[in-house]
Design a protein around this ligand. Sequence first.
Ligand code: NAP
Length: 257
Amino acid sequence: MTEATTAMELYIVTGASRGLGRAIVEQLLARERVLLTISRRPDRALDAAAAAKGAKLEQWAFDLAHDVGAAARLEAWLHAQPRERFATVTLINNAGLLGKVGPIDISDAETLAAVLRVGLEAPLVLTSAFLRATRAWTAQRRVLNVSSGAGRRPIAGWAAYCAAKAGMDHFSRVTALDEQRLPNPARIVSLAPGVIDTDMQGELRASDPSGFPDIEQFRQFKATGQLAAPEAAAARVLAYLARADFGSNPVADVRDA
Ligand code: NAP
């Protein structure tokens, strides 16, 4: 089959340079896929991996805490794609950051704003651009927001992060309702991926215990091998994305699947 007649899949993944996002991109690399990543520091090793697999990979360097220009560029980029070639088009809003762990009065305004911009504003603005740009596509349209159990239960010391994830869950619920009324509705899920052995967990364990009463529980996750490897977590997230009923529950958890 030539490339022109093969059903292609398009993925956009934020926060693809490390951790869960990087593992997701690595597992998606395949000849029939076109991938776009958005992170502050694109990982050039992924370019080589993509070339080896015959995947088309483009990586953009954007700081989602400071630059909403990524959304306009994404919209223009999607408009330039040969949309009739794609069977599916998927946005994975994975980038996230914790900020300073502890009560909000120990954080400066810039740190708090960065957590909300990366974890909530950027996913919402990128989703808006994605939905608008793909509105007339016949491909199956999906948005996977990488959320957290922290958006559903309060954890002392994580106010901005919890607020960003709770906001992500709720805008996903509302967008699911809005899409249901439109032709070829996008399916959207805000998915908690479980606890994963990434830099973010390392930051948690290294934070000041005086502002984080549950720190010992997180140290135990690591000590007792309860953190999933990024590769295993990515496989679970991608299995959830592949489910026929993806989108039927806009707020979900891989651990309930
Ligand atoms: P991580 O290892 O800290 O990686 C975070 C990713 O986000 C990196 O690729 C980073 O890329 C990107 N990022 C951070 N700040 C950014 C910014 N200002 N602009 C653009 N990209 C930025 O985190 P992770 O553990 O893989 O987390 C991935 C997602 O899973 C996050 O949404 C997180 O909230 C969620 N999650 C993680 C866990 C866990 O246990 N690890 C549990 C529940 C949910 P650059 O540094 O190159 O910008």
